[in-house]
Design a protein around this ligand. Sequence first.
Ligand SMILES: [Fe+2]
Length: 255
Amino acid sequence: MIDTHTHILAALDDGPQTWNQAIEMCYMAYEDGIRTIVATPHILPGIFVYPPQVILEKLAYLQTLLQEERLDITLLPGAELHADPDLLTKIQKQQVLSLNHTSYILLEFSFSRFPPRVEEYVGTFIHQGITPIIAHAERIKEVQAHPQKLSPLVRRGALVQVTSMSLTGGFGPAAQRCAALLLQHNLCHIIASDAHSLQRRPPLLTPGVDVAAQLIGETRARAMVTTIPQAVVRGERVKNLLPLPSILRQISSER
Ligand SMILES: [Fe+2]
């Protein structure tokens, strides 16, 4: 499996604070069946600001440590980019990292609501050939209340990542229910751990994939941690099922 969203580099953002903790997280991921980890530290202006070179150096260092441990995990570079108005310019100037240097970015919105004109915002990336993967969409309050709001973004070409622990209920019933809805309506493409530590948010995919398999079947659930993320890190096109907007509208009006 490939984990596309993790905070695994030590002493950087709010992930592990020591390299020992980072290595232990990699062991846990390995035990779960993960063989490729994309390191995606937060990039949030004013709070988490790291030049690509810093991330790449830390990534190379952790890879060396894993080799010394003889742990067969490949680390790939990335970042979790907070949505801000200057983000496109920063990407074009290579001031921030995409996922494994491809045209895919991991894009984080605020947990409360989408910015105004979010369709237009997502569209500006798509027009430039950049595909946003919307991080943990099921944890955004506005998506929980109106899951159909993701539909036009996906139709424009954005992908959606759901966090494994949301599917198992670790972020509460609203996130769990929303995660299930997104899966059932073709509004989720990738399941990732968003790992921060061994305990609080562990680097595990299997528990979430098991829940997903009950909702959408084993084959599609597995693709969200294998073939789809593989296409992403290789910079290949992800073939998308169209979202099912009519059903989502129905669900929304039932409330
Ligand atoms: Fe994250």
